[in-house]
Design a binder for this molecule. Structure first.
Ligand code: NDP
Length: 299
């Protein structure tokens, strides 16, 4: 397999973290404060625990402070709202991340919309969603959700000018599919979103210059779905039984990487593609939040 085709998320994420570390250092020197991320985790879902621990570790590695708030799965919505209010009012906290999914007795939308939009490091607050949707000048006042932002930054490495490209996004979630579509529209792509009710998906993906798969179905996208020379971004993270090691599991994407490899011009691997970029973008958003809050205080 030719390495030139592989969009290496680990390398691009390391570069972004290094850029963000410089911003953190500048911020500390200028304002004598440390950009700080509050991480809220409810319950003990093992995958969520791994995600938040990795986010905390990487934030610390680039010089940020992190406050972990780990709550029992039975915590009430009211108590969680109280914590968000406390973090909103804590001058030291610049970014707030509430790890999703939340337990079913909690209204996730109510929690996300309780976060102060200027501390919304994940970019999920309705105000930030609206600003991303309107685009233009408002993009400098919003936070773009981390996973689509990571996909976008990786795409730009392969295709610096996205104008006029036909991008097909598989999946219409609020955290990936929809914000991805907005980012690509802003770049003047022609954007199609397909989802579980779309008919003849492969006929649509086959027309795409760019395919972004954010579905949660292991290895769904096959070679005959992809146009020769297309760029493929695989957001999916699916744990499946290991084909060669009984009793073991492995991570695969939504795209059948080995199958499509011969037709794509570039592709992100799983693992080592979108995952590391998502975390790097969270750190970027947090330090950007710190800078914006400081500008608000001083102007
Ligand atoms: P959701 O479950 O919220 O959304 C999945 C989307 O896929 C829905 O829009 C759904 O359609 C669509 N879909 C489901 N089945 C099909 C099908 N057979 N054909 C076409 N479309 C289908 O998932 P997320 O967006 O949260 O995540 C998607 C994947 O990305 C998951 O594997 C997740 O683990 C991964 N992920 C990875 C991240 C990373 O950092 N790398 C971060 C976030 C997610 P409908 O709306 O009609 O139900």
């Amino acid at each position: 397999m030719s390495d030139a085709k592989i969009i290496d998320g680990k390398v691009i994420a390391a570069d972004l973290r290094a850029e963000t570390a410089v911003k953190v250092e500048d911020f500390k020197n200028k304002f004598n404060k440390t950009p700080t991320l509050a991480v809220v985790l409810v319950g003990e879902d093992p995958a969520s625990q791994v995600y938040v621990n990795t986010k905390s570790k990487m934030a610390k590695e680039i010089g940020m402070d992190v406050g972990d708030h780990f709550l029992d799965a039975t915590v009430s919505e009211e108590k969680l709202l109280e914590l968000i209010d406390k973090l909103n009012n804590d001058q030291k906290v610049n970014g707030i991340l509430v790890q999703l999914p939340l337990p079913s007795h909690i209204d996730s939308r109510a929690i996300i919309d309780a976060i102060d939009p200027v501390k919304d490091a994940d970019g999920f607050h309705a105000i930030n969603v609206g600003r991303n949707s309107i685009g233009g000048d408002l993009l400098s006042k919003t936070f773009t959700p981390c996973t689509p932002l990571g996909c976008y930054l990786m795409l730009k490495k392969s295709i610096p000018d996205l104008k006029g490209m036909h991008a097909v996004i598989i999946g219409r979630s609020n955290i990936v599919g929809k914000p991805m579509a907005q980012l690509l529209l802003e770049e003047s792509c022609t954007v199609t979103i397909v989802h579980s009710k779309t008919r003849n998906i492969e006929e649509i993906t086959k027309q795409a210059d760019i395919v972004v798969a954010a579905v949660g179905r292991p290895l769904m996208v096959k070679k005959d779905w992809i146009k020769e020379g297309a760029v493929v971004i695989d957001v999916g993270i699916n744990r499946v039984d290991h084909p060669d090691k009984p009793g073991k599991t492995k991570l695969v994407g939504d795209v059948d990487y080995d199958d499509v490899f011969s037709v794509v011009s570039a592709i992100t691997p799983v693992p080592g593609g979108v995952g590391p970029m998502t975390i790097a973008c969270l750190l970027k958003n947090t330090v950007d939040a710190a800078i914006r809050q400081q500008v608000e205080i001083t102007t």
